[in-house]
Design a protein around this ligand. Structure first.
Ligand code: GLA
Length: 385
């Protein structure tokens, strides 16, 4: 009996020593960091190629046990792929994108990208702070679009995995230097993607500056819940009683107009195709979200696709959402599995501050001052019906 207990104690001692040694060992720690299974969540990190100037790009795969999987890479902090189960529980791709890094490097209309420093347009690329005029890079006719020539979608972000009991994620960081694309101030940015056991893809954005600067960071994913073809039969509901009409260069006129009685009234479930018929070209507009109070995390949009049963609800703290129906897709971009993406093959719902806010003092301010923290959250929650 006594010898038996001594033996057990000895075995326990040796085992604890081994575990101790192993966890202090670098390779083991890296292994745990780069591939972890927490409860029913799974995460892995793999190399995804190199940029033209030789920078290494990695891709993270986040998965939950319901069959939902998100792939996000360090180049542009781009959501490369999002697989979501349909009504039968069969996972399928719901975003537009490419199979490899090469497609992204060749140029594309912001598929899955993190866009900034200022998402959407700033008229003539100009704004004034304390009497000083700033001029940004112009890359959309006379206007500045989605951060300029080399925006946040075209830089390699630093990354760190994040784990909790019921979620896995990646924290991306990037320092946008003073003067980059014409913007004032060093801007320290953090974007955290999290996939939960509850079928939510959550994105938290944070930034701090050392000079006053406009900040508006979002994700520009194009969705198609069927995985191919047009999105005209997807049914959209927007929790927005107003929108910001635009001029021919898509710069808001400054007016906030009621949607009631117009093609912009998407407050009741509407097939995207029916809405477009009333409009012509398609939607590319900022909607003013109904909020009880500023920065409230509230339901902004619901999209339902009747054949697959896939449904997405978007919750955001942002005051606006750009509903864009892929009007500029023209078949020239060849994406995943050789698909030529045509007009209306995807839709975007970019949560944001209103376009051209730096020049529209009556819009919610997009200026961030030193000492303040920029903070926003958007959640894409998937289900079926
Ligand atoms: C945004 C804009 C569109 C277009 C796309 C990218 O959604 O509002 O006008 O520029 O990005 O093609």
């Amino acid at each position: 009996m006594k010898t038996n207990r001594i033996c057990k104690l000895l075995i326990c001692g040796v085992l604890s020593l081994m575990v101790g040694l192993l966890s202090s060992c670098d390779t083991y720690r890296r292994m745990v960091k780069e591939r972890s299974v927490i409860m029913d969540m799974d995460m892995k990190k793999e190399p995804f190629g190199k940029t033209k100037d030789g920078q290494r790009v990695d891709i993270y795969t986040l998965a939950n046990s319901n069959g939902m999987q998100a792939r996000i890479m360090t180049y542009g902090a781009i959501l490369v792929s999002l697989e979501v189960p349909d009504r039968e529980g069969k996972p399928g791709e719901v975003t537009l994108g490419f199979d490899s890094l090469d497609g992204y490097l060749k140029g594309h209309p912001y598929f899955g990208s993190i866009v900034g420093r200022y998402a959407n347009r700033i008229g003539k690329g100009k704004f004034t702070i304390d009497g000083k005029e700033y001029t940004l890079a112009t890359n959309n006719g006379p206007n500045h679009l989605h951060g300029g020539l080399v925006g946040f979608d075209k830089v390699v972000w630093n990354s760190d995995p994040i784990e909790s009991a019921d979620a896995v994620g990646v924290k991306f960081t990037y320092l946008s230097k003073d003067g980059e694309e014409g913007y004032p101030g060093n801007l320290n940015c953090t974007v955290v993607y999290t996939l939960t056991a509850n079928n939510e893809l959550r994105i938290d954005y944070e930034a701090k500056t050392d000079k006053t600067t406009p900040v508006n960071i979002t994700n520009h994913a194009y969705f198609n819940f069927v995985g191919k073809g047009d999105i005209l039969r997807h049914v959209i509901t927007l929790n927005a009683n107003g929108y910001t009409p635009v001029d021919e260069g898509l710069i808001p006129t400054g007016e906030i107009r009621a949607v009631k009685g117009t093609a912009f009234d998407l407050t009741k479930p509407t097939a995207i195709g029916d809405g477009i018929k009333k409009l012509g070209q398609g939607y590319d507009h900022n909607f003013v979200l109904n909020k009880k109070k500023e920065n409230e995390l509230s339901l902004a949009a619901t999209v339902y696709e009747p054949t697959t049963g896939r449904m997405m609800e978007i919750f955001t703290t942002q005051p606006g959402i750009q509903f864009y129906t892929g009007n500029f897709l023209d078949g020239s971009v060849i994406g995943r599995s050789g698909q030529a993406y045509q007009k209306h093959n995807g839709f975007c719902l970019e949560t944001q501050h209103f376009p051209d806010s730096p020049n529209k003092p009556h819009f919610p301010t997009a200026f961030l001052k030193p000492g303040e923290k920029y903070q926003s959250t958007t959640i894409y929650k998937f289900s079926t019906k």
